[in-house]
Ligand binder design. Structure first.
Ligand code: FEO
Length: 395
């Protein structure tokens, strides 16, 4: 892909990964991009690299603008290999002795990935680097989302290179928000829900920090997806909204089923919720990737989980989903469990335990039905749906 000048003397030199469909378990149905940026100044500076398998393409993109040997500084905002995987190739071409700027944790973590003893220049939070006409300011964003994560900010152009933050897994020829409009927001939401939800409290602190520092943002350049230039505040404000995790009048019924009994129960619960004006949706865990379910979890007020009992335990797909959801620490949810069983019936109890550990408010002991729900069983599911509806906010 031809480099694109995103501001005078600042170029996107990243690559588009059209074909990736599974990003360590996150379904990327529309691919992704790995964004890297080149700043032409007295000191020519490369910010971030791309996955190792795209190193040739990155070098070709840089080569369209400048001989890579002329790069003076390399900056690694984040160690994860989708952004640092090409560092060995880049440093070899740029010059192994050129300064490599990163956070202190970046130094530590990059050293655990690469044996080369590069000329690491660890930076402090708030540290600066003069490039000539421009100055970069570094902001440590520890645990957003790795210990090494940091942002780089161009003071004069008011451009923030935000690493994974504000990114989206989306492959397309569009490079900017104004070329996408609202269509980019579902991708940004999915990215937030799956990568950053766990760190919501840190995001709120970071936004306060950026506000206190008085950093104006004319452009936000993440390491995935499109660049926010038309209205950078739209994505930063939306990040605040997502981080506060205000529950909506929305419920997800997440379930699996063996012989359709638990599915019948899920249908009755969704039906009752819908009748009570709740935005309700059944999500069969084998019909949806867990990353799509978590995207819906983000703003749902209620998560109702259904599992058949299999071998005295949960159906394995529900264990997978609950483990994933627990790790992302969603907040402000109410929860309930349901499921069909044959002879032992442990699943509802096990789901309740998981939901309690996630600090969900359990509003009912749950509904368990032996073998196949009869009219009374379906009625019990309707009652559960109504009870959940009453407990949800009115919005
Ligand atoms: Fe896009 Fe944390 O890497």
């Amino acid at each position: 892909m031809t480099p694109i000048e995103i501001a005078e003397g600042i170029f996107w030199v990243g690559v588009i990964d059209w074909n990736i469909r599974d990003f360590h378990g996150y379904s990327t149905k529309q691919g992704s991009t790995y964004n890297a940026y080149l700043i032409l100044d007295d000191k020519i500076t490369l910010i971030d690299t791309v996955k190792k398998e795209f190193a040739d393409e990155l070098m070709a993109n840089i080569g369209h603008i400048v001989d890579p040997k002329k790069i003076d500084y390399v900056i690694s905002n984040h160690t994860e290999m989708d952004h640092s995987g090409s560092l060995a190739r880049v440093m070899h071409r740029v010059g192994e002795d050129k300064p490599l700027y990163c956070s202190k944790m970046g130094h530590k973590n990059l050293s655990r990935h690469f044996p080369q003893r590069w000329n690491y220049q660890p930076v402090e939070n708030g540290g600066t680097l003069g490039l000539g006409k421009r100055t970069l300011t570094f902001l440590e964003t520890r645990m957003l989302h790795w210990p090494d994560s940091m942002f780089s900010y161009v003071n004069e152009d008011k451009i923030l290179f935000s690493s994974d933050a504000f990114g989206q897994h989306y492959a397309g020829l569009e490079r900017f928000d104004d070329q996408m409009g609202d269509a980019i927001m579902p991708h940004a939401k999915k990215y937030f829900a799956n990568i950053l939800l766990l760190y919501s409290p840190l995001i709120l602190k970071l936004v306060d920090q950026v506000t206190d520092m008085g950093l104006a943002l004319d452009m936000i350049c993440p390491d995935h997806g499109i660049i926010w230039r038309k209205d950078p505040s739209r994505i930063s404000n939306t990040f605040v909204e997502w981080s506060t995790q205000e529950p909506k009048r929305k419920a997800l019924v997440v379930y699996d089923t063996m012989w359709h009994s638990t599915e019948m129960m899920a249908g009755a619960i969704v039906d009752a919720l819908g009748q009570e004006g709740v935005d309700a949706k059944p999500m069969h865990v084998r019909a949806w990737n867990r990353s799509d379910i978590i995207t819906e979890v983000l703003d749902a007020g209620a998560i109702i989980v259904g599992s058949p009992t299999l071998n005295n335990g949960l159906f394995p797909t529900l264990s997978d989903f609950l483990t994933y959801m627990k790790g992302l620490k969603p907040k402000n949810k109410i929860g309930a469990a349901f499921g069909s069983f044959g002879w032992s019936g442990e699943a509802v109890k096990l789901i309740n335990k998981e939901l309690e550990e996630m600090k969900f408010e359990l509003i009912d002991p749950g509904v368990k039905i032996q073998y196949v729900p009869d009219d009374r069983g379906i009625e019990a599911c309707y009652e559960l749906g109504k009870k959940i509806a009453q407990a949800l906010p009115a919005n």
